[in-house]
Design a protein around this ligand. Sequence first.
Ligand code: XUL
Ligand code: CO
Length: 479
Amino acid sequence: MRAEEIFLLLLCLNLVCFAVIAVGPPTCPADLGSECSDSDSGEWEGEFFPGIPKIKYEGPSSKNPLAFKWYNANEEILGKKMKDWMRFSVAFWHTFRGTGGDPFGAPTKNWPWEDGTNSLAMAKRRMRANFEFIDKLGVDKWCFHDRDIAPDGETLEESNSNLDEVVALAKELQGTKIHPLWGTAQLFLHPRYMHGAATSSEVAVYAYAAAQVKKAMEVTHYLGGENYVFWGGREGYQTLLNTDMERELDHLARFLEAAVAYKKKIGFNGTLLIEPKPQEPTKHQYDWDAATAASFLRKYGLTGEFKLNVECNHATLAGHSCHHELETARINGLLGNIDANTGDPQIGWDTDQFLTDIGEATMVMLSVVRNGGLAPGGFNFDAKLRRESTDVEDLFISHIGGMDTMARGLRNVAKLMEDGSLAELVHKRYKSFDTELGALIEAGKADFETLEKAAMEWGEPKVASAKQELAEMIFQSAL
Ligand code: XUL
Ligand code: CO
């Protein structure tokens, strides 16, 4: 090797070294389940969100990004305070475990309180940040998975004891005013759940999942949670060629029956909710949409025990609108909770964005109002910041935007109801059934002979306009 070559080689090695130092020590992403060693996190001094005030209502003319323009918690609309229509909650996993990492890129968030570990000490510090966030945002509910709030252990016993430790702190920090809107078990991240949890082909996995749900239900109950969610991320299949679908669905039903029995045993009065999603991560998820979940519940005699948690982005993945899913749940007496988010019309997957479309929010609130509200359910922001939004204040701005959008939806529904012309249009559309024959049909007493007689007598029916554009015009005028 010549001298110049040796020099070049040394220079290259130097550059590699510099590059490694420049990017800093390897950090451990705060992503759920990240495998990082424990570190001595130490106590956090002072506020987690210094400089962020308690968020107040300043009205539509405000230009302050850290103020509500439409959500005025104590204002009465349609006979109820806004906060009682909404029952907003913060999703712990997106807000406090979301890293901005995606399949192509590393985490982008560097929240000052994170130390790069998934340690118990870090879990507790994060929990403190959660409650300061909730307090400053002015809500009183939160949602969690067992494994977002406490690290997995080497054994189930160790995981349970980690959970107990973090839950004890959460209970203390909640005080008397805050509690979970819902809790759930994370039955999709760990490799043991690769074939599913309640629908796994392995009986040991079924048992493990049951033990995890048992514990997650206990802590949800202990924290005063009002609902418990089952989202079957891996309860589905990749191909039917290796799947006994009938057996898997039977197993799922047995699992849910056991959950109902255990809920009663521990005196947990919260509503059990199934959250439909058509696919992702599986090719086909068994709780495809509201109608599929409703028919599953009926088949197994579970309708009285469960309601649905409708997620807007899941609705669009299933090829529906969120409004369709909400109305399907509502007319089946199953509307229990809403995971308020939205997808992107140009992207085909679950992007979990905060809902900012006012028309969409108005349709969502139409269903909520028709349902008489959601209590004991509410709205969970199953939504995350975009990867490129990296300021701490973005966590607040996104929630404020989401809350204001839903509040605007509610205000618009009030306008539509006061105006009354949309309801009138729908009423008029079906008025031919407000007749003697219509009443017979609706009472289930019109046989084919009677109907044939009427058809002969009336001749060719006169069919009225559906007035779709007029309906859209009335709707738009309320936005
Ligand atoms: C996934 C999803 C979950 C559930 C809770 O798409 O929505 O976060 O809400 O497991
Ligand atoms: Co969800």
